[in-house]
Design a protein around this ligand. Structure first.
Ligand code: ZN
Length: 390
């Protein structure tokens, strides 16, 4: 297979509508065939239903761990968004490449694939691993079985670079996230007899108020970490439903909330505190009226935060690749905390901007894509040279 540019590859990748709810297998087959054409074998890690897969490949020596280049293949939906271009077809206008996933984050994957011949053309002293996942956009779910497998290997990867869009700025951290559903089971009755029922909406309101109090505690100045914006952990209720008619005391109310936690804060503390409040303050009052009532909390999704040390080997490599030691953080999440938990130190740096991610008319500039190509050329040079001490 002849060499392809990152732009050509991006055009192919955007053509696969890999929205998280749908299969990514056609895209994975394309990448597998592309790599096979260059003589690179890959492993696939499927989901239990075999409708999606992660792809893992190694270029260079296999008797040691190297640098993972990580990206997710899924994209967020375009439903309800008004696009002025076809979202799953690459459109170029004035130096910008438009399409769903151009910034988040097929631009990076395209650039990595385009760099494969350059990696193959050098006697690498440390290998490069490609790790492309599914279901990142729905709670970093897909990558987990692949990481469980990598963690067990004798030559576990040494570092990981996640190419989420940071405009190629070096990023060492982000907050973690925990999403939770709270269900309040009350007891219905005619609203004229309201005290004989258990009003699920009113109890939900107390719980949401309590979350507000917990959030205010977390925002106290002594808990701030100025690397992040906002510089504290936050709690937010995002959806609520309950009630059927004004003249019925509502028996059910359900709301979803999330905790965006500083990397050193365990978001489960918020859930524990809410649970304790529900059990000691609210449930006894509810059950005094009607025993079959109660409050339940159920986690929906979670991923850990990331806070890589600026003195780490991973940060040194990132400085070399990005040409900057102005390390920052990002507001959005990545699979980075999961790589860290698997014992693989991780940094984030990729082309494009999350300003465009998840929006209609998402784009990446050709300049950013070229910048990523250049960054990967620097990586190839580095891994050939003193890479042994990366
Ligand atoms: Zn992303």
């Amino acid at each position: 297979m002849s060499e392809s540019s990152s732009r050509e590859l991006l055009e192919r990748l955007i053509g696969f509508a890999t929205v998280s709810r749908d299969s990514n297998l056609e895209l994975i087959a394309f990448i597998r065939d592309y790599l096979a054409g260059l003589g690179v074998e890959c492993e696939l890690f499927h989901n239990p239903e075999r409708t999606k897969a992660n792809l893992f490949a190694t270029i260079g020596p296999r008797d040691r761990g190297g640098v993972v280049l990580s990206g997710h293949t899924d994209v967020v939906p375009v439903d309800g968004q008004s696009w002025t271009v076809e979202p799953f077809q690459l459109t170029e206008r004035e130096g910008r490449l438009y399409g769903r996933g151009t910034a988040d984050m097929k631009g990076f994957i395209a650039s990595v694939l385009a760099a494969v011949p350059a990696f193959l053309g050098r006697p690498l002293t440390l290998p490069v691993h490609l790790a492309f996942s599914y279901d990142e956009e729905v709670g970093c779910l897909g990558v987990r079985p692949m990481l469980a497998e990598l963690e067990r290997r004798p030559h576990k990867p040494r570092l990981c670079l996640i190419g989420e869009p940071t405009e190629l700025k070096p990023v060492l951290g982000h907050k973690g996230k925990l999403a939770v559903r709270c269900q309040v089971q009350g007891a219905a009755c005619h609203s004229a007899y309201a005290p004989y029922g258990v009003n699920a909406i009113e109890y939900a309101a107390r719980l949401i108020g309590k979350l507000g109090d917990i959030g205010a505690e977390l925002a106290r100045p002594e808990r701030h970490d100025e690397r992040f914006d906002p510089p504290f952990s936050t709690v937010q209720t995002g959806t609520i439903k309950g009630g059927r008619a004004l003249n019925i005391v509502p028996a059910e109310c359900e709301f979803d909330f999330e905790v965006r936690a500083l990397p050193d804060f365990d978001a489960r503390q918020v859930v524990d505190e809410l649970q304790a409040y529900a059990e000691t303050e609210l449930a006894p009052r509810m059950r005094a009226v009607q025993p079959e009532t109660g409050i339940s909390l159920k986690p929906l999704s979670a991923y850990p935060g990331l806070a890589t040390s600026p003195d780490s080997e991973a940060a040194r490599l990132l400085a070399l690749l990005s040409g900057s030691t102005e390390f920052g953080t990002v507001a959005f999440g990545t699979e980075g905390g999961l790589f860290e938990q698997a014992g693989i130190p991780t940094v984030v740096c990729g082309p494009g901007s999350m300003e465009q991610g998840h929006k209609p008319d998402e784009f990446i500039s050709r300049e950013q894509l070229a910048g990523c190509d250049a960054m990967l050329r620097r990586l190839a040079l580095h891994l050939q040279g003193e890479g042994g001490s990366a």
